[in-house]
Design a protein around this ligand. Sequence first.
Ligand code: HEM
Length: 159
Amino acid sequence: MMPEVARALHVVAVVLWIGGVGMVTTVLLPEVRRAHEPAARFARFHALERRFARQARWTVALAGLSGFYMVWRYDLWDRFRSADFWWMHAMLATWLVFALMLFVIEPLFLDRAMARWSATRPQAAWRAVEALHGFLLALGLIAIAGAVAGSHGVNLLAW
Ligand code: HEM
């Protein structure tokens, strides 16, 4: 496959994935907070987010495959040894955090732990849900800004 095709797939996957995280964080979470008492929030949110979790799994997989394919085809491994390419690290870190969350931590124990936590301390559990999504969205946006500028030769941190 031409690496240009991989780049196009990479960006499409990232748009659907991080766009979804933006929608969940800035629209869905505030609406669930407004419409439900703390004790009911997590269950409601979980039911609504289920469809997006499925979409996030395949977009994360596609972004990772296309990303590593480009690293291999363009032979960019050296970049991971240079701080100037912090945005390559930002992409990899963002991807790793999401992949771990979606494929390992959530299915293995996070869902159950959150259900238990929100039954005993619903307000603290809900604040954690909001904070986690804010953090993940920020990470994704930083990676996008850094990567778009960086892949056109501009280091946003040294600009
Ligand atoms: C395993 C994880 C990832 C790898 C290995 C990877 C790799 C790459 C590579 C090699 C490029 C091309 C760089 C260049 O042309 O100099 C790229 C571009 C890009 N990546 Fe990633 N990436 C990964 C994850 C992500 C994530 C998580 C995001 C966003 C949240 C992201 C967003 C982008 C964007 C926006 C571009 C720029 C496309 C352009 O303007 O041409 N990538 N990525």
